[in-house]
Design a protein around this ligand. Structure first.
Ligand SMILES: [Ca+2]
Ligand SMILES: [Ca+2]
Length: 331
């Protein structure tokens, strides 16, 4: 089994290492297309969403904390048509409803494994559960049987994590969920517009200071990565989606906690010359955009819990720190 470790940034031309999420070569299995006529009741879906009026905002950053080679800049005026976006990332409870209704099988289940962060694997069972690690990022362990409802592999469950973001879901899985819920993934521009919560050119959804008044505002890493997360913010893994206050648009868990898939293909350059009206990203690519960073992000290693930060991963990749939220064009 070979593991393509483009998560170290090589394929995305990132200038620093990234805890983000390893991508995988899973060509030994094919993604089964998902088709279903079963849909979630529309009023339930709408009740979870926040309508945003759209408008023109300044997307990207040229702040020295940003990563120019990720394509975070230049700052440009982007226009967005009114849309709706989920108040929270899709939770385990909600994803469970989708699975129960459709019988959908996630890619991690079909491939038989997913990536789990090393310290979340019980020490006693490490040898039994871990099949391989990512050479350039040995904290990512390939765990057979790790899946959305067994996030640390066989023996783990999400019974007490219903209000946590679902993880171990690929971009393709997120698409399948959207077919059921009647939604779609947000474009990167929509996601960033929503994440900024009405503020202009701030680093975070709440302002420029990571910990205003000394308070944690999102779930990221404290301590020395990847050795020890002190969990000073209360969590050493994912956390309930409402653990921290929402942004100005009432959206929770935007930065930190789990990365969120966006609709676009990832490219570090194309947006420089593309239309700035409802940008959709490149027509093709290798990786899909992810935004928001995760509980593994730390300033010293993967300072990507800023709203302008971006990375990408292959659409069939799944890890313990990637989830998604959904959007909908205005009614
Ligand atoms: Ca944390
Ligand atoms: Ca997030």
């Amino acid at each position: 089994m070979t593991i393509d470790h483009s998560m170290d940034g090589s394929s995305l031309k990132q200038e620093r290492g990234c805890c983000c999420a390893p991508s995988v070569e899973k060509s030994d299995a094919r993604s089964a297309p998902h088709s279903s006529s079963i849909h979630e009741p529309r009023e339930e879906m709408l009740a979870r969403m926040v309508p945003l009026s759209g408008g023109t905002f300044l997307m990207g950053t040229e702040n020295p904390e940003g990563f120019p080679t990720d394509g975070e800049g230049p700052v440009r005026a982007v226009s967005i048509t009114a849309f709706l976006i989920d108040r929270h990332p899709v939770t385990n409870a909600l994803f469970g409803k989708f699975i129960a209704a459709t019988g959908y099988t996630t890619e991690a289940e079909r491939f038989g494994w997913s990536f789990v962060f090393w310290s979340h694997i019980p020490k006693k069972r490490f040898a039994e559960l871990v099949e391989d690690t990512v050479a350039s990022a040995p904290w990512w362990c390939k765990v057979r049987g790790a899946r959305w409802d067994a996030p640390e592999g066989p023996g783990s469950d999400v019974r007490k994590r219903g209000d946590y973001p679902v993880v171990h879901v690929s971009w393709n899985d997120a698409q399948a969920y959207c077919l059921w819920s009647g939604q779609r993934l947000p474009t990167e521009a929509e996601w960033e517009y929503a994440a900024r919560g009405g503020l202009e050119q701030k680093l975070y959804p709440w302002g420029d200071k990571l910990r205003p008044g000394g308070e944690h505002r999102c779930n990221i890493w404290q301590g020395e990565f990847p050795k020890e997360d002190t969990g000073d913010d209360g969590y050493t893994g994912t956390c309930p989606v409402e653990a921290f206050p929402p942004n100005g648009y009432g959206l929770y868990s935007i930065t930190g906690n789990a990365w969120e898939w966006c609709a676009d293909w990832f490219d570090a350059e194309l947006h420089r010359t593309a239309s700035q009206v409802n940008p959709q990203g490149p027509p093709q690519g290798i990786a899909r955009v992810m935004k928001g960073g995760s509980f593994l992000c730390h300033k010293s290693y993967c300072n990507r819990y800023r709203v302008a930060a971006r990375t990408g991963n292959t659409p069939d990749s799944s890890t313990a720190n990637i989830g998604f939220r959904c959007a909908l064009s205005a009614l």
